[in-house]
Design a protein around this ligand. Structure first.
Ligand code: GRF
Length: 210
């Protein structure tokens, strides 16, 4: 039976596309049952439509404008996700920090991709931060999200990491292109390991089952 995935995306959705392609090519024995976006401009929504995947646009702002809290929005999203009974929830460029109530409900099933070698360069500007710092290598991290709010957000147990070199003549675009190329391979692979139950989590440490 195919495993069920829910994907959250806020932007271009190239990582969503990598997951769509991996499912279509049966590298991933899974189906994406729902894509959720929170920005009107997210091209990820178009990618979902083109692949015939159900999509919901669920922005935070109307909730706040109606006097609700961020936690209300997160609780609402948690209900939508729970209905899907997903084996994995993939944050693929999702620019919203979930409250612990969401993360605790699905703990151990939420995967995130980050464009740096964590714990170096957490946060929303990892590629430009690495470039500005002058590092010679950066990379890609796929990890489980764990509770603890914004400060902990990029600190969860690491599933896969891969190094990406930084060259002297790199600018943000060339480095981003190299990083995205690795992300598009690493994220589907991490999702595969997760849904095939090949991973064991011991505290911070994620091990491949023997
Ligand atoms: C990726 O670099 C990912 O690591 C980060 O957000 C970016 C999303 O890119 N979390 P895309 O929308 O998947 O193209």
């Amino acid at each position: 039976m195919k495993k069920r995935l829910v994907v959250f995306a806020s932007g271009n959705g190239s990582n969503l596309q990598a997951l769509i392609d991996a499912c279509a090519q049966q590298r991933l024995h899974a189906e994406i049952t729902l894509v959720i976006t929170n920005r009107r401009t997210a091209y990820a929504a178009e990618r979902a439509a083109q692949a015939g995947i159900p999509h919901r646009y669920e922005p935070l702002r109307p909730w706040l404008q109606n006097g609700k809290e961020r936690a209300d929005y997160d609780a609402y999203l948690a209900e939508i996700v729970a209905e899907q009974q997903p084996h994995a929830i993939v944050l693929a460029g999702w620019m919203h920090v979930f409250a612990d109530l969401f993360i605790e409900r699905f703990y151990g099933r939420i995967l995130n991709v980050h464009p740096a070698l964590l714990p170096a360069f957490p946060g929303a500007h990892a590629i430009s931060d690495a470039l500005a710092y002058g590092v010679k290598v950066t990379g890609v991290t796929v990890m489980y999200i764990w509770p603890g709010g914004l400060l902990n957000y990029d600190n969860g147990p690491i599933i896969l990491q891969e190094v990406v070199p930084v060259y002297d003549d790199d600018d943000e675009d060339t480095l981003a292109a190299r990083i995205h190329g690795v992300e598009h391979r690493l994220l589907p692979e991490a999702v595969r390991l997760h849904i095939e139950e090949k991973l064991e989590v011991h505290g911070r440490h994620v091990r491949l089952r023997p």
